[in-house]
Ligand binder design. Structure first.
Ligand code: PEP
Length: 249
């Protein structure tokens, strides 16, 4: 079976109750490919999750943008995987580069979060990607394979994982990876999975691209054989997100 195209919208730390309603109204009214053809997952900030879940069309799912690394308890300000499960939030984004950089989340910490969230029954969008400095030093594959290895060392089942390749230099910068750059890394990641996990996982796991995806560049990127979808930041707050969903076909 082929890999179903996946489009995630990461709203990051944006929105008001009124703005959320407006975006959800646009999504709900959109004519997009069926859920058999594309999986759409919307990730608002924690505080808006119940609102979005309640209002959003049933063929789109919701994701949290983070979860705590273990069972909840005395961790002020954190949200546990159990809480997300309790609220029937099916997905969580983990290891976003903004958290890795600003909050110093290490490869091991992200991998622990991925393993814990999967163990609680959540599906995970696991983010990896190199900085500009690392790319220019020719270290892209070393960096992304180390990030992936940390995860591979801690999980046995990849069924509920989507791997998001998000070069840090492309996130929120307007500087998108070329289709060839994205394809090269995705293809190398698949080869890494063949060698280090299994050919079944390499064949079935969806590797999506993130970093300044918009209505103008999504079609060519989506045409790459190893690009199985997108994680979209800025453009997911705008009506052009619909065009990105449509690039699945
Ligand atoms: C992201 O935050 O995951 C992202 C890809 O952002 P943007 O699309 O704005 O570059």
């Amino acid at each position: 079976m082929g890999r179903k195209f996946f489009v995630g919208g990461n709203w990051k730390c944006n929105g008001t109750v009124a703005e959320v309603k407006k975006i959800v109204d646009v999504l709900n009214g959109a004519d997009v490919p069926s859920a058999e053809e594309v999986e759409v997952v919307i990730s608002p900030p924690f505080v808006f999750l119940p609102q979005v879940k309640a209002l959003l069309r049933s063929d789109f799912a919701v994701a949290a943008q983070n979860a705590w690394v273990k069972k909840g308890g005395a961790y002020t300000g954190e949200i546990s995987a159990e809480m997300l499960v309790n609220l029937e939030i099916p997905w969580v984004i983990l290891g976003h580069s903004e958290r890795r950089a600003l909050l110093k989340e290490s490869n091991e910490f992200v991998a622990d979060k991925v393993a814990y969230a999967l163990g609680q029954g959540l599906k995970v969008i696991a983010c990896i990607g190199e900085t500009l400095e690392q790319r220019e030093a020719g270290e892209t594959m070393t960096v992304v394979s180390e990030q992936t290895k940390a995860i591979a060392d801690k999980i046995a089942d990849w069924t509920n994982v989507v791997l998001a390749y998000e070069p840090v230099w492309a996130i929120g910068t307007g500087k998108v990876a070329t289709p060839a750059q994205a394809q090269e890394v995705h293809n190398n990641l698949r080869s890494w999975l063949v060698a280090n996990v299994s050919s079944e996982v390499a064949e079935s796991v969806r590797i999506i691209y993130g970093g300044s995806v918009n209505a103008g560049n999504c079609v060519e990127l989506a045409g790459q054989p190893d690009v199985d979808g997108f994680l979209v930041g800025g453009a997911s707050l705008k009506p052009e997100f619909i065009d990105i969903i449509k690039s699945a076909l």
